[in-house]
Ligand binder design. Structure first.
Ligand SMILES: [Zn+2]
Length: 446
């Protein structure tokens, strides 16, 4: 028998299948402890991103949802999953996603055409595709007007209602009137919902952060610069949306609730204010200047470039002179950031392009000069550091969640191998297996 102390109504009780709503006072319940199932995963190779090498013939012992040992003794009565000639890789992390956004929403604002319930159903389909592509953890950087559907999606996945990656969600983003994620070109005489929350004063920013945390936000998303339509076509200067003092207020209020801040920032003074004000990550940053990159190294700020969504293949815009200049600037910034030593994290903006194709980002990172190993680290060890989950995800190591994928080929030799996903396990549960997609409990191997 095992005794659990519950003092927080947010705590899921995991495999005991109980949800307890408790007030401020701690209560205790007693449940029967079940022995954790032991599973052994074998394959021809394993990529260890921590050591930066391929390990031959790995033996990974999994107990329940965690990795017990790597290369240790195999317990008797363990269920074995032998993956033959595949390469084991830690479950991938996409640190910039929009599971409640679909590519067509870039053309027609979904707040006008789709109900939040419909968008939540689309989200169920999106998270499944992303999980099956090998992404076992995602930081979902705002619902783009789908309310708290991201919280619902996260919680439904955690309870096993629907399959999907482990989600960290941002709910609404903070913006300003006239800035990014406002509906534009609308009749001012009628009131319409905006895809983000308009916070035009520091008091409004503080109140919005409290509301988001109250309803389940894990991260705070701040629009520190405008969007592409605000960019000066001659100089490429983005629209700064926040002052240094604004950012300091947002970061301090988020920190009160032990939340970190991710800032959408292309470059210029808005990006600089975001970095100096203490946000944990800069998103997009396709025109970050050298001074800002140096400041990011000093302050330990992470960068999610989201190369994919700006590439013409994403299909958002017809490639014209302006979008070509944006992509060129992105590449230049990426190479400068690598040289300066900025902590680059894998993030794609998937949702702006089809779900389940996030791994295209690896191709672009390598095309721009990153080694395959560093690109995979950006999606494993480095991403885990950004999310403050280094002890839980990003490596196939004892104590970590059993988040393991297997790919055909050696991704260190050819990065395209990372797209050949044949097996996906998240928290000890198998969702994709060789020869057949779809969820499969490891118990079926018993
Ligand atoms: Zn985004």
């Amino acid at each position: 028998m095992k005794k659990l102390m519950i003092a927080d109504c947010k705590l899921p009780i995991g495999r005991f299948g109980l949800v307890v709503l408790a007030g401020a006072a701690a209560i205790s319940i007693t449940v029967a402890a079940q022995p954790a199932r032991t599973v052994v995963v074998r394959a021809a190779r394993m990529l260890d991103p921590v050591a930066g090498r391929i390990v031959a013939n790995p033996v990974v012992v999994i107990s329940g949802d965690r990795i017990e040992s790597v290369g240790g003794p195999v317990p008797p009565n363990a269920t074995t999953i032998d993956l033959g000639d595949l390469t084991l890789v830690p479950g991938l992390v996409d640190a910039h996603t929009h599971n409640l956004l679909e590519p067509e929403d870039e053309v027609t604002p979904p707040v006008l055409t789709k109900s939040q319930a419909y968008r939540a159903i689309e989200g169920v389909s999106a998270v499944k595709k992303n999980l099956e592509a090998g992404f076992t953890t995602m930081r979902d950087l705002d619902s783009e007007g789908a309310g708290f559907a991201d919280v619902a999606l996260r919680d439904a996945i955690n309870k096993g209602v629907v399959p999907g990656p482990r989600l960290l969600v941002a709910t609404y983003a903070l913006t300003i009137t006239g800035g990014h994620m406002n509906l534009t070109g609308m009749n001012p005489d009628i009131s319409l919902p905006d895809p983000a929350t308009l916070t035009d004063s520091r008091d409004a920013m503080i109140a919005e952060i409290r509301r988001e945390v109250k309803y389940g936000a894990d991260w705070i998303k701040l629009y520190a610069t405008g969007t592409l339509r605000h960019v000066n076509r001659e100089t490429l200067e983005p629209l700064p949306q926040v002052s240094l003092d604004d950012v300091k207020v947002v970061v301090a209020e988020a920190a009160r609730w032990r939340r970190d801040v991710a800032a959408h920032a292309y470059g210029g003074i808005g990006a600089r204010n975001a970095v100096e004000g203490g946000v944990r990550s800069i998103e997009h940053g396709w025109i970050l200047d050298d001074d800002t990159l140096r400041l990011m190294v000093q302050k330990g700020t992470f960068w999610c470039p989201t190369l994919s969504v700006f590439r013409p293949e994403a299909g958002l815009d017809k490639p014209d002179e302006f979008s070509r200049r944006v992509v060129e600037s992105h590449k230049r910034t990426f190479q400068a950031a690598m040289k300066t030593g900025v902590k680059i994290v894998f993030g794609t903006d998937v949702g702006g392009f089809p779900h389940g194709t996030n791994n295209r980002e690896f191709t672009y990172m390598v095309e721009y000069g990153m080694s395959p190993l560093e690109a995979i680290r950006a999606s494993t060890t480095r991403a885990a550091e950004l999310l403050r989950m280094e002890k839980q995800i990003g490596a196939i190591a004892p104590g970590h969640y059993a988040d393991i994928i297997a790919v055909q080929g050696d991704p260190l030799q050819n990065i395209e191998a990372i797209k050949q996903v044949r097996f996906v396990m998240k928290g000890g549960e198998v969702y994709v297996r060789p020869g057949g997609a779809g969820r499969l409990s490891t118990s079926q191997h018993d």
